[in-house]
Design a protein around this ligand. Structure first.
Ligand code: ADP
Ligand code: MG
Length: 384
């Protein structure tokens, strides 16, 4: 924290009015379902992005990050798609969206310090947006952190910052996780109506650890492929005569798939429909304390993402195969795919062995060394 306070002091000549933070997230299950009105089950990570901030009398946003040497100044009314460019779009976009909602927000001096690895599929972007949104809410007296409804408003503003200003066409799961996840719980998120439910997620009594492995891989394909998957889902929904693929969950799957004209659309749809069902399977297994069943569902999810949705890659498959071969109860890619991170449920006694086996497998395949770390379900955006 002193590092952040010092940097703020250097930028502005005074101490910040406060420091706010928001977590990264990892999704336990329910991948590529958010834009289909489906279900997801994220937890907040212990890794947080901190934002030191003070309000200004004028309309200027002065933004600096300890992860990036550049500083940017922009007037709120000048914020637009692609402006400012780069990472400051995530910050400026949040204030822009809050003003567009009719909130009386002014300029801010902002310095951020993030612990969430950037671009690792652990949602550093939402952590950044939500930390800034929390600061703006408190500093301008919006009171939006104090209730679930208020947090929903903040999450929506953060999503618009990402979609409309940063130009990343992502669903709302990441921002909802950063705003609504709580310690020792996973968040069952219904992306159709926005409702949330807290599901106990504390593995310590089971002597099991949730291990995140950042593969450090990011494939250039990712952006275009994400858009292509969304388009396939929209096309399938249109052919099936529904608003979102969520509506066909519960119908006989074979009959639904038979209505689709080609194999690719059938496979994409099968992933979405079965993945949404897997979320509630995991919720039930967690409530029953049956972690072996959770693990089996993780593997089924990974296979569906790899074979039907085709968003995995060599590195993610290698983590999953290696973890499973060395005693994990379950393992799967998490996030959008084509790189990023995988998660594994590992008996506590086997964590070092599994971690080493994954490192060895990457070395043998001449891949960039991955980074594995255990995580627990942590707290949402708040004032520090
Ligand atoms: P992810 O959200 O999975 O980490 P994204 O591509 O959505 O990946 O977001 C990563 C981007 O967010 C970074 O490239 C950068 O532009 C921005 N970002 C996130 N945290 C910070 C930070 N602390 N400082 C500067 N930029 C950040
Ligand atoms: Mg992101």
């Amino acid at each position: 924290m002193p590092r952040l306070q010092d940097a703020f002091m250097t930028l502005t000549g005074h101490a910040p009015d406060g420091v706010w933070s928001a977590p990264g997230r990892v999704n336990l299950i329910g991948e590529h379902t958010d834009y289909n009105g489906g279900l997801a089950l994220p937890i907040a990570l212990p890794h947080r992005t901190r934002c030191a901030a003070s309000p200004r009398e004028d309309d200027l946003l002065r933004i600096h990050s300890l992860q990036d040497d550049s500083s940017v100044e922009v007037r709120i009314d000048d914020v637009a798609e692609g402006h400012p460019a780069g990472w400051t779009a995530y910050v400026a976009g949040v204030v822009w969206a809050l003003r567009k909602d009719g909130n009386a927000v002014r300029g801010l001096d902002v310095v951020v310090d993030g612990q969430v690895p950037l671009g690792a599929g652990l949602s550093s972007s939402a952590a950044l947006e939500c930390a800034v949104a929390a600061a703006a809410s408190d500093l301008f007296g919006l009171g939006l952190l104090d209730s679930s409804d208020g947090r929903r408003v903040l999450a929506a503003a953060c999503q618009r910052a990402e979609n409309d200003i940063a130009g990343a066409p992502t669903g709302g799961m990441d921002q909802a996780a950063a705003m609504h996840c709580t310690e020792r719980h996973a968040l069952r998120l219904d992306c159709l109506d926005g409702t949330t439910e807290q599901v106990p997620f504390d593995l310590t009594s089971h002597d099991v650890v949730l291990l995140v492995t950042d593969t450090r891989a990011s494939h250039a394909l990712a952006d275009g492929q994400y858009g292509a998957r969304r388009e396939s889902c929209e096309q399938a929904a249109e052919i099936l005569g529904v608003e979102t693929l969520r509506e066909v969950v519960g119908r006989p799957l074979d009959e639904t798939l038979a209505l689709l004209p080609d194999e690719v659309l059938r496979r994409r749809t099968r992933h979405v429909v079965t993945e949404i069902a897997r979320v509630d399977e995991v919720v039930s297994s967690l409530r029953e304390g049956d972690l072996a069943a959770v693990g089996r569902t993780f593997v089924a999810s990974h296979e569906s993402l790899r074979d039907d949705y085709e968003v995995s890659c060599t590195e993610l498959d290698l983590v999953v195969d290696t973890a499973m071969a060395h005693g994990a109860l379950g393992s799967r890619m998490t996030g959008g795919g084509f790189g990023g991170s995988a998660i594994s449920l590992v008996p506590a006694a086997d964590v070092d062995r599994v971690t080493a086996a994954i490192e060895d497998a990457f070395a043998a395949a001449h891949l960039t060394p991955p980074s594995s770390f255990p995580v627990t379900a942590s707290a949402p955006a708040h004032r520090d």
